[in-house]
Design a protein around this ligand. Structure first.
Ligand code: 5GP
Length: 183
């Protein structure tokens, strides 16, 4: 789905597919260097990180492994519940592994803060975070995102894996959801 397929649903376009692709390639180049010969275990957070995981992993020149976790977050609303719960755990052991958490967006940072603590307790060799987008609120929880796509305003956004009520994940690009869609 293209941004101009849903012009009335977006109050603004933040990034086109091309802008996101360019940025993902830059992040991949850094990860290639930082993780050369380290066979990173990339842990994608379902469902939103599917797009960034697919693009980032294919932009890498090094080998990597992929696994997935599902964490409770917004449901079908547009504000954080603050409740963090593992709905699906990984299949791979992280003991001694270089773990790279791949997240769609960091809003309050609550999800990431919880995940990092949880995965640390499983004795990985290292843990870092890659996220597509970050909102200003994230600073409150001081979660370090080593590989960040873009800082964005605190509006509710959709596209590039991010949904509203299950829709818009397949939107090529990122936009601010018009309040007329959810009010
Ligand atoms: P946090 O725990 O950082 O507040 O929230 C992280 C999760 O909330 C993200 O993984 C994502 O699923 C959801 N989220 C946060 N902001 C947005 C947004 O603007 N749009 C959508 N669709 N989901 C969001």
């Amino acid at each position: 789905m293209n941004l101009d397929d849903v012009p009335d649903d977006l109050s603004a376009v933040l990034f086109t597919e091309e802008q996101i692709t360019t940025r993902i390639r830059e992040l991949a180049a850094r990860i290639d260097q930082d993780y050369a010969d380290r066979n990173p275990l990339m842990v994608g957070i379902l469902n939103g990180a599917v797009m960034i995981m697919a693009d980032l992993s294919r932009a890498l020149s090094i080998h990597c492994e992929m696994d997935w976790m599902a964490i409770s977050s917004y449901g079908s609303g547009v504000s954080s519940s603050g409740v963090v719960r593992i709905l699906k755990d990984m299949n791979t052991s992280v003991v001694g592994r270089h773990v790279l958490i791949v997240e769609d967006i960091v809003d309050t940072g609550l999800t990431l803060a919880y995940l990092i603590e949880n995965l640390k307790s499983r004795n990985p060799a290292s843990i870092e975070v890659c996220a597509g987008f970050r909102k200003p609120e994230a600073q409150r929880n001081e979660v370090e995102v080593k590989y960040l796509g873009f800082d964005i305003p605190s509006d509710f956004v959709v596209g590039y894996g991010l949904d509203y009520a299950g829709r818009y994940r397949n939107l090529r690009g990122l936009g601010i959801l018009s309040p007329s869609v959810y009010s």
